[in-house]
Design a protein around this ligand. Structure first.
Ligand SMILES: C[S@@+](CC[C@H](N)C(=O)[O-])C[C@H]1O[C@@H](n2cnc3c(N)ncnc32)[C@H](O)[C@@H]1O
Ligand SMILES: Nc1nc2[nH]cc(C(=O)O)c2c(=O)[nH]1
Ligand code: SF4
Ligand SMILES: [Mg+2]
Length: 193
């Protein structure tokens, strides 16, 4: 769909320069998704892996973030091998709802109520990032926290349009449950893509 060099705005690598590769197509359908344009893959041009990787390599950063849409709707073995070959760290942002493919240095799993993650990705996640849209989502987040590895980093993120209302609840929750950390979409505050 699009590629851009920016600052990772969320989660563990928040604040780091990263090259984002956003792949078209998503069958999850989150009501609050902030990139609904990405859902229909046929509306976006196809690019070769060579084109994608050489565009990325023009920038000094060597962290690539594959996102979407739902990137795991595509087989990512060849793309991630080419990124590794070019010296990139490979990170993915995924709902985990399609089978895992690709060679990953970092898996950010963001489970969704609209299409659950497949169980096999849970022990492989390096980072669990749960979007909080309403109060019941805290208990739902704990259900997934119990299934990831003991070293997996745990993040709660307010849904953007409800962040004014929900962020104070996240702050209180994290103060009571300090295994969780706050993830804000900082790119939206600093106006970068
Ligand atoms: C657009 S999704 C694409 C990758 C993948 N489909 C997924 O959901 O993880 C990238 C990240 O943005 C988050 N996100 C999407 N819409 C959001 C919103 N309105 N508020 C907060 N986070 C949002 C998702 O939860 C996910 O962590
Ligand atoms: N700057 C920036 N950071 C991000 N982290 C995850 C994003 C995503 O849409 O996957 C994202 C994004 O869209 N922009
Ligand atoms: S899974 Fe990701 S891309 Fe798909 S609708 Fe949900 S937030 Fe949007
Ligand atoms: Mg985004």
């Amino acid at each position: 769909m699009e590629s851009f060099y920016t600052i990772q705005g969320e989660g563990y690598y928040q604040g780091k320069a990263a090259y984002f590769i956003r792949l078209g197509g998503c069958d999850v359908g989150c009501v609050w998704c902030d990139v609904k344009d990405s859902w229909d893959a046929s509306r976006h041009p196809q690019q070769s892996i060579d084109e994608i990787v050489s565009a990325a390599a023009a920038y000094p950063g060597r962290m690539a973030v594959i996102t979407g849409g739902e990137p795991l709707m595509h087989n990512l073995d060849t793309l991630t091998a080419a990124l590794h070959e070019a010296g990139f760290q490979t990170n993915i942002e995924t709902s985990g709802s399609s089978p895992l493919s690709g060679e990953w240095d970092w898996i950010c799993l963001s489970p969704k109520k609209f299409k659950f993650p497949l169980p096999e990705i849970l022990p492989l996640a390096h980072e669990l990032k749960v979007v909080i849209f309403n109060k019941s989502d805290f208990a739902w987040a704990e259900k997934y926290a119990a299934q990831v590895s003991p070293t997996c980093k745990l993040y709660l993120a307010p849904e953007w349009d409800k962040s004014k209302e929900m962020t104070p609840l996240l702050i209180e929750y994290i103060k009571e449950n300090p295994q969780w950390e706050l993830s804000l979409q900082i790119h939206k505050y600093i106006n970068v893509p």
